[in-house]
Each structure stands twice: as structure tokens, then as C-alpha cells.
Design a protein around this ligand. Structure first.
Ligand SMILES: [Zn+2]
Ligand SMILES: [Zn+2]
Length: 240
């Protein structure tokens, strides 16, 4: 764990990572709720800090795919905290999103995961997020709408720590830093503008929800390298 502020806790599941953000007063926020294995870890991480479910003040969702929102109904029942997400994610959370084209594969995979892991019970979004909303958690988090992967996909930017939680805008691994594969993206045509929006925000640190090691500077560097690589490829395909 490097180049991240104190109070940022990794909850590593079978597919991705969700995060527990704890501030100096002992208030905690869950950033995504994971797929399988996360509830035990969330309980344990809170207990390690002498905290309990009553300290969790909010459940923030980057988007409603089942590997991010699979345990949202459990998290809500256990903590009593409200769920914050973009309203377009409600259908994903409930498993009723009308996938089309190649994106249907995403819905099929989600159905398998829901059945196999008994997750994905519907849960209403309590607070509808919009781009630019300022949330009073973890010293302040700004909602950054980054559509493309899903319509309501959002990142969360901490001004205090100059850190962007970028959700599934990209996945960051040693051998492979990439935007999500085509089958997982509902509105792929919106992804370039969202990548550019994150680049212009220019956060010092980035933390996605799928990665190998927790290092905010490293993920930012990989993001820049990925953009450079994508720009080179575009030039090759469409020479100007
Ligand atoms: Zn996703
Ligand atoms: Zn994901």
C-alpha cells in the first residue's frame, strides 16, 4: 500500500476491489460493496479500527454492475446507511438493465454471478448523484460523472487528497492496464470523453476498482501511459 492517504482501506474480492474510507472522527464510507467475500472483510476491517456498522454513514456506488453492487442490499440492511449512486444505475442494481448487442454478454455473466454467489438482491438508490455534487464524506468527495462503461458510471474525487476514485474507467494491472472489454460497456462511444475528463481533472493519485497493488501514483502513471498508447493506436488506424 503506497501513495494513498491514511484511512483508505482495501476490501479485495474475487473480481474487484471495493474500499472503506475512514476519517479522523471514525466515520466510515463504503465505496462499492463487492461480489463475494467482501461482507466478512468489511466487518473485520471495521472491527480492527474499533468501529461497527453504525459508523458507516454512506454507501457510495461507482456503478451498478454486480461485482460492485452485489452486496448493496446486505450493506444497507447491516449499516442502515443510505445508498448514493447515479439514478441510471438503479436498473443495474436490480438486475433489470436492458442490455443490447454485444453488451448482452455482460447481463449473462451477471446472471451467472447472481445465481452462483446469491448476491444482487435489489436495493433502492436513496440519494441520486449528479456530476459535480459535493458529498460531505472523507473530507469531501466530488461526484465525477464518467459515463460509457455504464450510463450512470461515476468517479469520486477527493480535493483534500487530490485523488480520483475512477471506478471502472480503466483497470490497472502490471501487464495490462486497459479500458473495460467491449462486452462490458453499455455506451462505449462515451468512453473517450470520460477518459479526457479524468485527464483534465488531472488528479495526482488515481485508484480504480480493479487493480493489482494499491498505489495511487502508480495507477495515475499507468493511466497516462494507457492514454498515450491509445492515442498512438488511433493514429495508426486513422492516419491524418
Ligand atoms: Zn463494471
Ligand atoms: Zn468492475
Amino acid at each position: 500500500m503506497k501513495n494513498v492517504p491514511p484511512g483508505l482501506q482495501t476490501i479485495r474480492g474475487v473480481m474487484g476491489v471495493c474500499h472503506l474510507l475512514v476519517d479522523g472522527e471514525g466515520d466510515a464510507v463504503l465505496l462499492d460493496t463487492g461480489l463475494v467475500g467482501e461482507p466478512a472483510q468489511i466487518r473485520w476491517r471495521l472491527r480492527q479500527r474499533g468501529l461497527g456498522p453504525e459508523n458507516v454513514k454512506a454507501i457510495l456506488l461507482t456503478h451498478g454492475h454486480v461485482d460492485h453492487a452485489g452486496n448493496v442490499a446486505w450493506a444497507k440492511a447491516w449499516t442502515g446507511a443510505p445508498v448514493y449512486a447515479h439514478p441510471a444505475e438503479q436498473a443495474h442494481v436490480d438486475g433489470t438493465y436492458p442490455y443490447t448487442g454485444i453488451n448482452r454478454w455482460c447481463g449473462r455473466l451477471e446472471r451467472v454471478a447472481r445465481a452462483a454467489f446469491r448476491v444482487g438482491q435489489p436495493a433502492p438508490i436513496d440519494v441520486a448523484l449528479a456530476d459535480g455534487d459535493e458529498l460531505p464524506f472523507w473530507g469531501g468527495l466530488r461526484v465525477v460523472h464518467l459515463p460509457g462503461h455504464t450510463v450512470g458510471h461515476c468517479g469520486f474525487y477527493s480535493v483534500r487528497h487530490d485523488l480520483l476514485f475512477s471506478g471502472d474507467l480503466f483497470a490497472s494491472y502490471f501487464f495490462n492496464t486497459h479500458i473495460p472489454p467491449a462486452i462490458l460497456n453499455s455506451r462505449p462511444e462515451l468512453i473517450p470523453a470520460s477518459l479526457e475528463k479524468a485527464r483534465q481533472l488531472n488528479p495526482r493519485l488515481m485508484v480504480p476498482q480493479h487493480y493489482d497493488v494499491l498505489d495511487g501514483l502508480l495507477h495515475r502513471r499507468r493511466f497516462d501511459r494507457m492514454l498515450a498508447r491509445m492515442a498512438r493506436r488511433r493514429q495508426k488506424v486513422w492516419p491524418v
